[in-house]
Design a protein around this ligand. Structure first.
Ligand SMILES: Nc1ncnc2c1ncn2[C@@H]1O[C@H](COP(=O)(O)OP(=O)(O)OP(=O)(O)O)[C@@H](O)[C@H]1O
Length: 485
């Protein structure tokens, strides 16, 4: 059978040449697409065996964006690009192509590379036990742009920065995380995402759902810490009308809403003991019971849970059930703290500078080397969230196209004092004061309450805030939640 090739190339002359060359050599060219959008429309119809993929195409998206779709559909692809600088190559490598041909190309290079690509793909296919010509055997899932994790979703991904579906990182630690995501995403296994607050657990959970066959089905997020204890059961499992005072309407719970898709149980370590038992039952029996309901309801939900707590310690202290831990710990993914992967800091800085500058219509294309060194040296207790918040603030306060100042905690105003640019210093002081004062005040209150957030005498009560509002304020300000001692 002739192998079908889709050419994704925006230069029509090049695409035409390729078509002639490939057809002469026995391939069937099943389509030519000039943009990622066009290719996405063509793929389900044309069902190619192989894709020849240019990187810079018509429209906002690049070949690298399409590569992620091709990986999900298990369609092997080979890049064909005039751009082979180191940054492009690094970004391309992360998508695991079967080859990379640099333009201008020789006919023979194209044919040999395609031949080897197909040979390697066949071996991978046999090793992984995939059916032959997978994309033809079963119609692929509907193609749509995978929503990148927050905040990458709202920006064009900077092609030059190594990222995995919008998660920036090139450290060994993050490459391991990406590999684990790649392995577990297509399975239905429960996943436990571990890591300190702000390391990007939610992004990883999103990514797993988007790479699974459940993408396009519901993805329901539950923050277990933000749910009031008396409402948690009804939130998760729903209730029938009149089942308790205040149940004026029937309510469908989050598990039922997630049916067919994925539920993300964030901050699972905060789940009250009685709910842990109920959750365990759902995981074992794959059924839920609404409060006041007539019987169990079957649900087909993949569970991804996350926590910044040390669950083993919680088990030892009697706060977390061992049996639930075993159920969730089937496939743990631990995201390293930012201080353990300092080589990611410059990448994240560039990314957030670009993101926040473009949000306010600014161009900042450089970061002062001294500033970068300070950022790399700081321990980042609030991890990527803290870094993001600091960069956002620094971008707003900066002038010109070089980021020259950042106010790292413990050294506020130091840089501003050293360089007296009058207007900037004034603005900086005004905004910093509000943010810093709020941050310091919360930290002070937390210390007084022995880091207890909710309940009588807790920080939320003292600050006259609902605990969930305080928790999200802390997140925003990069204040790390600590355990009560
Ligand atoms: N590698 C990364 N690349 C890009 N953005 C990131 C990365 N890691 C984290 N972020 C961003 O940092 C912020 C915090 O990430 P996230 O909410 O996923 O952390 P978390 O580990 O779930 O925190 P918590 O335990 O407090 O819920 C988000 O805005 C997220 O998009």
């Amino acid at each position: 059978m002739r192998k079908k090739i889709l050419i994704v190339e925006d230069e029509l002359i090049v695409a035409g040449d390729l078509r002639l060359l490939l057809e002469r050599s026995g391939y069937e060219v099943c389509g030519i697409a000039r943009s990622v959008q066009r290719a996405r429309e063509t793929l389900p119809v044309a069902r190619p065996d192989l894709v020849l993929l240019d990187i810079y195409l018509k429209g906002d998206l690049t070949g690298i964006d399409l590569a992620r779709d091709l990986n999900e559909l298990r369609i092997p692809f080979v890049y064909l690009s005039a751009n082979s600088n180191q940054q492009v190559l690094e970004a391309a490598k992360l998508t695991q192509p079967y080859g990379f041909i640099v333009k201008p190309f020789r006919e023979k290079d194209v044919l040999v590379t395609l031949d080897i690509a197909w040979y390697r793909y066949e071996i991978d296919r046999q090793v992984q036990g995939m059916p032959a010509r997978a994309p033809q055997a079963a119609p692929p899932a509907p193609l749509e742009a995978p929503p990148a994790p927050v905040p990458a979703a709202s920006v064009t991904q900077p092609l030059s920065l190594p990222n995995f579906d919008g998660i920036i990182g090139a450290s060994d630690g993050m490459l391991d995380v990406f590999e684990l995501i790649r392995q577990v995403a297509p399975l239905d296994t429960s996943v436990l995402v571990l890591g300190e607050s702000g390391t990007g657990k939610e992004g990883v959970a999103n990514c797993i759902h988007q790479r699974s066959s459940r993408r396009g089905k519901p993805y329901v997020k539950v923050n277990c810490a933000a749910l009031p204890p008396n409402l948690i059961e009804s939130e998760l499992f729903g209730h029938e009308k009149g089942s308790f005072t205040g149940a004026v309407e029937k309510r469908i719970g989050k598990f039922e809403k997630a049916n067919g898709g994925t539920i993300f149980l964030d901050e699972i370590g905060e789940m009250p003991a009685d709910m842990q038992v109920k959750l365990l039952r759902v995981l074992q029996e794959r059924e839920i019971e609404r409060i006041g309901g007539n019987g169990p309801i079957k649900v087909d939900v993949r569970v991804i849970a996350a926590t910044n707590r040390n669950l083993e310690k919680e088990i030892a202290q009697g706060n977390f059930r061992l049996d639930l831990y075993y159920r969730l710990h089937v496939f743990p993914i631990e995201i390293p703290a930012l201080r353990e992967r300092r080589e990611d800091i410059p990448l994240l800085v560039q990314y957030f500078v670009q993101f926040h500058a473009s949000r306010v219509g600014r161009v900042i294309d450089q970061v002062d080397p001294a500033v970068m060194r300070a950022l790399e040296a700081y321990p980042w207790p609030g991890n990527v969230r803290e870094l993001q918040n600091l960069i956002e603030r620094s971008v707003l306060l900066s002038k010109g196209n070089i980021l020259k100042e950042v106010a790292l905690p413990n050294q506020p105003y130091e840089q501003a004092r050293r360089t007296p640019a009058p207007q900037q210093t004034d603005d900086a002081a005004a905004v910093k004061t509000i943010v810093e004062i709020e941050r310091e005040h919360i930290i002070e209150v937390l210390k007084k309450c022995n880091h207890r957030i909710s309940g009588p005498g807790g920080a939320a009560e003292l600050l006259n805030l609902p605990p969930s509002t305080l928790t999200s304020k802390m997140k925003k300000l990069g204040i790390v939640k600590r355990h009560t001692t």
